[in-house]
Design a protein around this ligand. Structure first.
Ligand code: ADP
Ligand code: ZN
Ligand code: ZN
Length: 720
């Protein structure tokens, strides 16, 4: 008989806590309520013990077991334990991150009644009850031949839902759970030879088999996922699909729902409210939801019948969480596939160099898709427009303007890609050179002319536009450089009568604004679209054939060794927006560095040589994946304090062969939100060595008394 439980609590201590069992024995993996100091907290039982001999003090008793959640299985607990160990993060905090918010608190989650659909079995029985002079009611009665949700009924007629409730009470109308609804599946597209080969490989794979699906934009990767998934579902198994961006979820969800109308799908992303997330998560855990489609947090969803994992756009940096538990959902997904002994597909047009290296080393199987799937569609033509010593017209090269006019004259849409929101990135004094900068960050303030504000895009600080230079009193302050707002203001004079639409974080901050904007693009109402990174991904616009990219060079001379890889992915995605149908697309990139080797490789439209060269460089310079990195970050009121703390941390790490202990340095952006930041990079030969070093050093590091300094550890950092 167990008399003690070791539980995981979401507190910043890397240990389990002992509690006594009094009267009842909760199962391992169950959620319980425990006293913790003056508070009560939700905890997860990790282990049951006969004695608490290793623990000091007299353990308090567990107060209650929650019945809102079945006990987590050993698979889920083990996955969380792996993540806790690998990222050196407390297990209680990992479990807390893995559970939906509704299961983290001290109140039990009460599942709302499932939405039902209403329909008639025999419409004549119902019609006989209705007055001949009630045409609206008769119309609703007939509509019920197809199952309708209450929401759908309200859309038909203001009173429809009230009527149907009455008819249901009278027994003339039936109700059923929503998942039972039927519909006509959008048909499978006939696969081309390459796609067929890939689907065959994926569906015949058994056990843990990692694949890298390397397919150019528009090569039909999604169709491959759909047809593969269809076969996995037919075996009665569940599929986990991870995608990077929340604003792409509805689009992909729509495609999945259309293909699998009878299949219960659970979406999991931060666009849902806590109840929706909890409901979907439970459906997955119970094996009822057959497809789970979500962003990185969905990687932890318990799936009793997991049959396959898909990670779409696997190169996307958003798979790595950048705060708190700094995990890579892609890497955790690969671990999970190994644990569950199932195939995993990582898909991308521009795979991460890490995955590329795994494919080269034959750890992943490379599956290429080299053709655009729509017959006749070809990759867009990319033209560089050198801007050095060339006069630009409101930020645009004359050739870009000409191409835009030509495209509009053909009745097509144009996209101007400018990854910089606001009016202009700098407000400068024409006399003395002063520039408006943030008082809390080492960063310039961005001019937002519409709102007449200067804003910091790093800490959110904003202030009114100064009428005069604070240094010399000059009134002639000039906006320098192009932002999306400025482009929006200057374009009408070049394109009178054309509808110009700006889509960036500022123009779509309210719920529904993005959908409304996208609808304007799809309906053809918008002629010229000015968009940031938000628009680079996934969106498929039929009449868009001309893309102009401004300000691309920022990625070229960055301190971050992954900057070029990211720029290649971004430009490939932006270019992929053009000419997805029969009309060939054209992409113009304005650059001050048209001779840079990067652009030669981009123009070759072939990612493989770029990836191979990049991988060779990494191997030569011992950069990841040729080495394994961990980054300690520290912040403090003064840089000196942060550096001193990192020096102490460094001293806790014993030197050994093949381990590089760098010196602490100031962060690239020294000051942010009022604190000064520094970092310490350590590089090992392998992930195994890195883990051993961290395991050895962390107890001593955690025992350090570092005063006002806050530090964090980032294993496999993606931003350095
Ligand atoms: P990717 O995900 O690789 O960018 P998609 O799956 O979105 O590509 O496919 C691009 C376009 O090609 C879509 O409009 C899709 O409907 C179409 N498509 C995909 N496979 C086929 C096929 N076998 N035959 C015809 N069209 C296809
Ligand atoms: Zn001045
Ligand atoms: Zn700031």
């Amino acid at each position: 008989m167990a008399s003690f439980a070791l539980v995981a609590l979401d507190v910043p201590l890397k240990k389990l806590f002992a509690y006594a069992l009094a009267g009842f024995t909760p199962a391992v993996g169950s959620r319980v309520l425990v006293p913790f100091g003056p508070r009560r907290l939700s905890a997860v039982v990790m282990e049951l013990r006969d004695d608490a001999a290793d623990f000091t003090g007299t353990p308090k008793a567990i107060l209650a077991t929650f019945d809102d959640l079945p006990a987590l299985t050993s698979d889920t607990l083990q996955l969380c334990q792996f993540v806790a160990d690998y990222y050196h993060y407390p297990i209680g905090a990992v479990l807390s991150a893995a559970l939906p918010t509704a299961f983290r608190g001290t109140a039990a989650f009460r599942e709302p009644a499932a939405a039902s659909v209403y329909f008639v079995d025999d419409v004549d029985v119902l019609l006989n009850q209705l007055s001949k002079r009630a045409p609206a009611q008769r119309r609703i009665a007939e509509a019920l031949l197809v199952p309708h949700t209450p929401a759908a009924l309200r859309r038909l007629h203001d009173s429809a839902w009230r009527w149907v409730q009455a008819w249901h009470a009278a027994g003339w109308v039936s109700a059923a759970a929503e998942e039972c609804r039927v519909g006509v599946a959008s048909p499978d597209l006939p696969l081309n030879a390459e796609q067929a080969l890939v689907v065959n490989e994926l569906t015949t794979a058994t056990d843990f088999s990692p694949f890298l699906l390397y397919g150019i934009t528009g090569s039909g990767k999604t169709e491959v996922y759909l047809q593969t998934i269809s076969q996995v579902l037919a075996r009665g198994l569940q599929v986990l699909v991870l995608i990077p961006e929340i604003n792409l979820t509805p689009q992909l969800e729509g495609r999945f729902r259309a293909r699998f109308p009878g299949v219960r799908m659970a979406a999991l992303h931060s666009g849902l409210n806590n109840t929706e997330r909890a409901v979907n998560w439970l459906a997955a855990l119970r094996g009822e939801a057959q497809i789970v489609l979500g962003t990185r947090l969905a990687v932890f969803t318990p799936l009793p019948k997991l049959g396959m994992i898909v990670v779409d756009e696997e190169h996307d940096p958003s798979f790595k969480q950048q705060e708190g538990l700094r995990y890579s959902a892609r890497d955790v997904a690969v671990y999970r596939a190994r644990q569950a002994k199932v195939p995993i597909v990582l898909g991308s047009a521009t795979p991460s160099i890490e995955s590329w290296a795994n494919a080269k080393a034959k750890r992943y199987r490379l599956l290429p898709l080299t053709q655009r799937a729509v017959p006749g569609a070809v990759l867009p033509k990319i033209t560089l427009l050198p801007t050095k010593n060339v006069g630009l017209v409101d930020g645009l090269h004359v050739m870009a303007l000409a191409a835009m006019h030509a495209a509009l004259a053909r009745g097509e849409q144009v996209l101007i890609f400018l990854n910089r929101r606001g009016f202009s990135p700098v407000l400068q004094c024409g006399e003395c050179g002063w520039m408006a900068s943030c008082s809390h960050c080492s960063a310039r303030l961005v001019l937002h002319l519409k709102e007449r504000r200067l804003r910091c895009h790093h800490c959110g600080h904003e202030e009114a536009i100064t009428p005069a230079c604070p240094d010399c009193g000059n009134h002639d302050l000039k906006p320098v450089g192009q932002g999306t707002q400025r482009m929006e203001e200057s374009l009408p004079q070049h394109f009178p009568g054309k509808k110009i639409l700006r889509i960036d974080r500022d123009s779509t901050s309210k719920k529904g604004e993005l959908d409304a904007a996208l609808a304007q693009v799809h309906s053809g109402e918008a002629d010229i679209i000015i968009g940031t990174q938000m628009l680079a991904k996934g969106h498929d616009f039929d009449r868009l054939n001309c893309v102009v990219v401004l300000n691309a060079d920022t990625g070229l001379y960055s301190v971050d060794f992954r900057a070029e890889e990211r720029l290649f992915a971004l430009l490939t995605q932006v270019a992929g927006r053009a000419g997805r149908r029969e009309t060939p697309g054209e992409v113009f990139i304005q650059t001050a560095f048209s001779d840079h080797p990067f652009y030669h490789q981009l123009l070759a439209r072939d990612y493989a040589p770029f990836a191979n060269r990049t991988l060779e460089e990494r191997n030569m310079l011992l950069l990841p994946p040729a080495s394994a990195w961990a980054l300690f970050r520290a912040d403090a009121p003064e840089l000196e304090q942060a550096l001193a703390a990192l020096t102490q941390i460094r001293m806790c790490i014993a030197p050994e062969p093949n381990l590089t202990l760098n010196q602490p340095v100031a962060a690239t952006m020294l000051k942010r939100a009022g604190v000064e930041r520094a970092q310490l990079l350590i590089a090992a030969k392998s992930k195994a060595q890195l883990q051993a070093v961290l395991d050895e050093a962390l107890p001593a590091i955690q025992a350090l008394k570092l005063g006002k300094v806050r530090w964090t550890l980032d294993v496999d950092p993606v931003e350095v």
